[in-house]
Write a protein that binds this ligand. Structure first.
Ligand code: NAP
Length: 372
């Protein structure tokens, strides 16, 4: 991706370029800054969308085009997981692929073009006890008739410096996204759960060999996946080992492994490293209000994106631990915006019906009062 004045290098992301730059409303100030400035300490909205990944921004595009004037509280590090993904080759519509940050920049530009206002702030606290719902971010109170929670999830990483440095340069947390780049190469997968086995088996389609590295000598994955992996000629399992360092300057070249069942270190030559040790949904600020599963994923209530709080909807990876793709998150964002639109329409037509009934009853009450 070419770098221009609006593209910044972000430390901590292995030098990956970010291009998640808000479109300037009048060419002078970013729309995101003008929201709080124009409205002071509080903002009223028909829909507030929390999160600016594919789910949040797709919800924003649909809500904006439905004249709902959505406010997106997008997070300080907005854009979601694609901001730390380099080549995206499986998002439909980009036959030559696109860089993750560039794709998210386009999502945002499209949402802003239709009037969505994106605020670069983190939601610190919410009150979903009554409508309007209240959300606080960067000192501003947002009062929302409806809320779409699209805060996503993040892969859990090993937490070693070399893993961060080489992320996007051979280190990945998504085989579906990046496996294709490792045709005829040796790769390693870390983890002992269903994700690690699924990723390892998926990678056998491309890689010449897949090394599965697990810290214990027992797996927690399902028996069937374990049996498939163990029987696969391309899969080699390394038990009781941890990855201490990812070796390589520009790209992954090898791993330094330590044994957990005794002393000793090993070097394993691979060109790719897939971390599959779980995901963490970004649901913390909503956990006191919405139903979650044991891992913190939000739960929807029925076949739509509605939750058990009337007027609150969810979309994307914060409730999806199965598919976790940009395109599925975008699809959910679309569903959530349509659910919000219908919900508001139903509320407004109920309110109109109540008002009409009360207007019709007024002359009768007046006549009764005169007779009495
Ligand atoms: P998981 O079940 O929590 O497994 C995480 C694995 O990573 C564990 O083996 C764990 O080791 C290991 N691990 C955790 N932290 C580590 C670290 N710092 N260093 C090295 N290894 C570490 O996560 P998951 O596999 O992502 O699955 C999440 C949920 O989704 C599960 O309920 C799973 O069944 C489900 N899922 C289902 C499917 C499917 O049905 N096809 C596919 C994917 C996921 P220990 O075992 O030593 O703790």
């Amino acid at each position: 991706m070419s770098e221009d004045a609006t593209t910044k290098k972000t430390p901590g992301l292995g030098g990956i370029s970010l291009n998640f730059v808000p479109a300037a409303g009048d060419g002078s100030a970013p729309v995101s800054q003008s929201v709080a400035a124009a409205t002071g300490e509080s903002v009223d909205a028909r829909v507030v969308i929390v999160g600016s990944g594919p789910a949040g921004l797709t919800a924003a595009i649909y809500a904006a085009r439905a004249n709902l004037a959505p406010v997106v509280i997008g997070g300080l590090a907005g854009g979601g997981q694609l901001m730390i993904t380099s080549d995206v080759e499986n998002y439909p519509g980009f036959p030559d692929g696109i860089q993750g940050p560039e794709l998210m920049g386009l999502f945002r530009k499209q949402a802003e073009r239709f009037g969505a206002r994106v605020v670069d702030a983190d939601v610190e606290r919410v009150d979903l006890s009554r409508r309007p719902f209240k959300l606080w971010a960067a000192g501003v109170e947002y009062r929302a008739q409806t809320v779409i929670v699209a805060t996503g999830a993040e892969a859990i990483w090993l937490g070693i410096e070399s893993e961060t440095r080489l992320r996007g340069r051979g280190v990945s947390a998504c085989a579906t996204c990046d496996g294709f780049f490792f045709r005829d190469k040796e790769v390693a997968v870390v983890g002992g759960g269903d994700s690690a086995f699924e990723e390892a088996l998926f990678l056998t389609r491309f890689a010449s060999k897949v090394h599965l590295i697990h810290r214990r000598d027992q797996f927690r994955c399902s028996k069937i996946l374990k049996a498939r992996a163990m029987a696969h000629p391309k899969v080699e399992i390394h038990l009781s080992r941890t990855v201490e360092e990812v070796l390589g300057t520009e790209h992954v070249e090898a791993l330094r492994l330590a044994r957990t069942d005794g002393p000793g270190e090993e070097r394993l030559s691979v060109q790719g490293l897939f971390i599959a040790i779980g995901h963490r949904p970004n649901s913390a600020v909503f956990r006191d209000w919405l139903v979650t599963d044991e891992k913190g994923y939000l739960r929807t209530d029925g076949p739509t994106t509605a939750t058990d709080i009337d007027g609150v909807f969810v979309a994307g990876d914060v409730d999806d631990h199965r598919y976790r793709q940009a395109v599925t998150a975008a699809g959910e964002g679309c569903r959530a915006a349509i659910d919000v639109e219908r919900w508001l329409e139903a509320q407004e037509s109920d309110a109109r019906a109540r008002e009409a009934a009360s207007t019709a009853a007024e002359p009768r009450r007046a006549a009764e009062a005169t007779t009495a």
